[in-house]
Structure formats: structure tokens, C-alpha cells
Design a protein around this ligand. Structure first.
Ligand code: MV4
Length: 454
């Protein structure tokens, strides 16, 4: 096991990693920016190193400063958390060159799955369902037109290096496709320095279902079932739950096993998530693979009892997975609400500033992952998530009731949060009846605004 783990992140995930490291007997080093000087999680770390000013490009994204901090504190491993450098293959490579273990996949596995064209190719070979589309990168306009003719419009042009909704264009006919190819490619060059694009059949209404996987350095890979993340706005997830409701068990197992095969084929070490869209007839199509621990990982921990962060640390240390596939089963249902310091009634305007009141709910089946306490100042520099409220129940009905009760118990002020929106979403017939798609939150917000304007 590692003796000292440097955490190249902040906030709730830094605290989550500290807890896992402690249980494994490893010390922790937190790097932090000047804006995070008073971060409550820093008190829980064994060591702290300031790595620069508040803006992330001058601190949490500075590979050189993070490596220096690891070297001066004699850390033997780095956990990147999510965001920042978590999916940066160059960072993973620099760690390896400096003989510091990167708690995550090898740079090769990260690049292979991070490039959507090579990932799609591997998925095809592993029997993971994907959208009909171009066999690889589109080289010529004629090829794109021929593929679109074959699969039928609408199609979506995506950047091979894209993700989270960037570098995508929808085309309904030939004219739109020609325009989409060049604009998607140009945007991809500007954003990722890689203009490669591919084409898929575009699915209008869908649910977002993802599969949690774990792999080790000994060729083992398992899945830990799925989560539904359909409740989102502008590619920001709001509510996640697991297991994904309304997926027949046989189909669920088939898709989850195909995801595990893909992770195994990539010789993947650590936690990975295979994202899928599910259409109205229950068919699945893989979108992309996230090569990091995800915000919503507690949902899976609650329904499987597996500590995903401890598992990824052990795997990076060369230990085999502590579980085989037959050890994994689902118990009950879990829901997570992301509590953001944003005003949902004011176009989600960020709410930086001091949190005077922070009284977290508790009780049976309630978990709060948060770095916040009363008196904490939310800095304006980073993403606005201040807490994750996670519940577990015997079934989905109990989990929804428990979440509503926990939201009512949660007191945060004077800043506005997304809690009231969560409370409303949990009562919509769309959510209750699992009759939703990736656009329902945005449609609901528009309807609410229209009603308020009258
Ligand atoms: C799609 C799609 C429909 N058809 N691909 C958005 C982010 C990136 N992960 C892929 N995305 C999509 N890909 C095909 N072939 C619709 C989306 C999409 C979406 C996917 C998941 C969650 C929210 C979304 C919101 C808008 C569009």
C-alpha cells in the first residue's frame, strides 16, 4: 500500500479521498489554491501545500506545481479526483515518469478510451452496443454523406476528442451535414487541438444510463451495475439514481457485462464509467467512457456496499480487485441530489459567499458528502457543488420519500441552493413514473418560467 497519497483536487472529493486513504493506512497531502486557504477538508489532511492563486489554470491545473508538491512531501501516489487533471493522459504520463503512482488508468488506457473514435472501435470489438455510424474518423465529406444516407437523418457529428456535450452538431439533411462537419471540426481544433470527427445516428428522446466498472492490473474487470442520470440541465447532472429503474434484469446484465468486457480489453486499472443512451424501446447505445471516479459514485456504493475509492487506490498499488463479479449484487435503491450554490429561480446564477447556516440531515439511509460547514465561504473560482445528498431505501418509492424528508431537514443559508428544485423534481410525474428523457428538466423549467411570467 502507498504510504502517502497526494490529492490533486479540492472540496468534497478531496475529503472523500482522505477518508478512503485513512482507512487504508496511508497519509494524505492536499494541494490547495489561495482561494481554498480556509477549506475545511485541509484540516483533515496530514500535510498541505499551496500551489498557487485561485484560478484553476494557475493552481489545480498546474502539472509542474503538483508534481513538485508530491516530490517535496515524498508522496508515492496521486489521486486526481474528478475534473481538473483527472482525464489528462499527459498528467498520468508525467506521474509515471516521476515514479509516482497515478491512481487511475495508464496513460495508454486513458487515451484509448478518451478518444471517442478508438473507444467506439473497441466497444464494437467487445460487443458493447453502439449507435450506427461512421466506422471511424470522417476523412472526406463524401464519406459522411454516404454514411448519413445509409443510417438515415438526423445524424450527429461529434468530435473524437469531445465530451460533455462540446464539439457536437446535429444535421437533418445534406446541407446541414456539410455545415456541421466543418463547424464541429473547427470547434474541436480550438477546444481540444484535434479536429477529428465522426458521425452517429441522432437519438431525439433518450435516458442517460451508465455502468460503473472497476479494473485491476491483473487483467480483471467487473461491473457494479448501473445508474440513471437522466435528470440533467445543460450537461450538468442534477439527480442520479441506481439501479437504473425500468431496465429488465436480463438486459441490464447483458449491457453491464459488455461494459466490463470493454474495460478488460482496454487493460484498465481503477474506476471507469461507460455511458449509454437508452431509447424508448429499451435499446442501449454507448456514448463514451469516463476514465475517472465520478461525482455520483456514492449511488453505486450505497447499492453494492463497495467502497469504490478504496478499490481504485488498492488497484493502483498493484493489488488485485478485492471482489469478483459474483460477489457483486444490488440491494435496494439509492438517489443522489447535487446541492449546488446556484439560484435555480434565477437562471442558476452562482451564489458565492459565506454559508452562515449549514445543518445537514441524517438518520437511517442518509449520507451527506460535503466539505462545507457553517461559516465556510464558497469561493467564486470553482464548480458550485457544495454537497451531495445521498439516500438509500429498500426500493425506489422508499428512497424518494427518504430524499424528500432529507431535503426538508437540510438547512443552508443565506445563499440559494438547488435543494428546492430537487424537491420539485422528485414530485413530478415524469420522475415518479420514470417517464422522462434527458430534456425533461429543461422543458419543466421553461414551463415554470412561462407560468411565473403570466
Ligand atoms: C448523443 C445524443 C443523441 N444521439 N448521441 C451529449 C454529451 C455527450 N456525452 C453525448 N451527448 C449526446 N449524444 C446520439 N447519437 C444526445 C446527447 C445528449 C445528451 C446525452 C446525455 C445526457 C444529456 C444529453 C443532453 C443533450 C444531448
Amino acid at each position: 500500500m502507498f504510504s502517502r497519497i497526494l490529492i490533486a483536487n479540492r472540496g468534497e472529493i478531496a475529503l472523500r479521498i482522505i477518508r478512503a486513504a485513512r482507512e487504508l493506512g496511508a497519509e494524505t497531502v492536499c494541494v490547495y489554491s489561495e482561494a481554498d486557504r480556509d477549506g475545511p477538508w485541509l484540516e483533515q489532511a496530514d500535510h498541505r501545500v499551496c500551489i498557487g492563486p485561485g484560478p484553476a489554470p494557475e493552481s489545480y491545473l498546474r502539472i509542474d506545481r503538483i508534481i513538485s508538491a508530491a516530490e517535496t512531501t515524498h508522496a508515492d501516489a496521486i489521486h486526481p479526483g474528478y475534473g481538473f487533471l483527472a482525464e489528462n493522459a499527459q498528467f498520468a504520463e508525467v506521474c509515471r515518469d516521476c515514479q509516482i503512482a497515478f491512481i487511475g488508468p495508464s496513460p495508454e488506457a486513458m487515451s484509448l478510451l478518451g478518444d471517442k473514435v478508438s473507444c467506439r472501435d473497441m466497444a464494437r470489438q467487445s460487443g458493447t452496443p453502439i449507435f450506427p455510424g461512421s466506422p471511424g474518423e470522417i476523412e472526406e465529406e463524401e464519406e459522411a454523406l454516404a454514411v448519413a444516407e445509409k443510417i438515415g437523418y438526423p445524424v450527429i457529428v461529434k468530435a473524437a476528442a469531445g465530451g460533455g456535450g462540446r464539439g457536437m452538431r446535429i444535421a437533418h439533411d445534406e446541407t446541414e451535414l456539410v455545415a456541421a462537419l466543418s463547424s464541429a471540426s473547427q470547434e474541436a481544433v480550438a477546444a481540444f487541438g484535434n479536429g477529428a470527427v465522426y458521425i452517429e445516428k441522432f437519438l431525439e428522446r433518450a435516458r442517460h444510463v451508465e455502468v460503473q466498472c472497476l479494473g485491476d492490473q491483473h487483467g480483471n474487470a467487473i461491473h457494479l451495475y448501473n445508474r440513471d442520470c437522466t435528470s440533467q440541465r445543460r450537461h450538468q447532472k442534477l439527480i442520479e439514481e441506481g439501479p437504473a429503474p425500468g431496465v429488465p434484469e436480463a438486459l441490464r446484465d447483458e449491457v453491464c457485462e459488455s461494459a466490463a468486457r470493454l474495460i478488460r480489453a482496454a487493460k484498465y486499472c481503477g474506476a471507469a464509467t461507460c455511458e449509454f443512451l437508452m431509447d424508448g424501446s429499451g435499446d442501449f447505445y454507448m456514448l463514451e467512457v469516463n476514465t475517472r471516479i465520478q461525482v455520483e459514485h456514492p449511488v453505486t456504493e450505497m447499492i453494492t456496499g463497495v467502497d469504490l475509492v478504496k478499490e481504485m487506490i488498492r488497484c493502483a498499488a498493484g493489488e488485485p480487485l478485492s471482489l469478483s463479479q459474483s460477489d457483486i449484487s444490488v440491494t435496494g435503491h439509492s438517489i443522489e441530489c447535487r446541492v449546488n450554490a446556484e439560484d435555480p429561480d434565477n437562471d442558476f446564477r452562482p451564489q458565492p459567499g459565506v454559508v452562515d447556516t449549514f445543518q445537514a440531515p441524517g438518520g437511517f439511509g442518509v449520507r451527506v458528502d460535503s466539505h462545507v460547514r457553517a461559516g465556510y465561504r464558497v469561493p467564486p473560482n470553482y464548480d458550485s457543488m457544495i454537497a451531495k445528498l445521498i439516500v438509500h431505501g429498500r426500493d425506489r418509492t422508499e428512497a424518494i420519500a427518504r430524499m424528500k424528508s432529507a431535503i426538508d431537514e437540510f438547512r443552508i443559508g443565506p445563499i440559494k441552493t438547488t435543494l428546492p428544485l430537487h424537491r420539485r423534481l422528485l414530485e413530478t410525474p415524469q420522475f415518479v413514473d420514470v417517464d422522462f428523457d434527458i430534456h425533461y428538466v429543461e422543458r419543466l423549467l421553461e414551463a415554470e418560467q412561462a407560468a411565473a411570467a403570466k
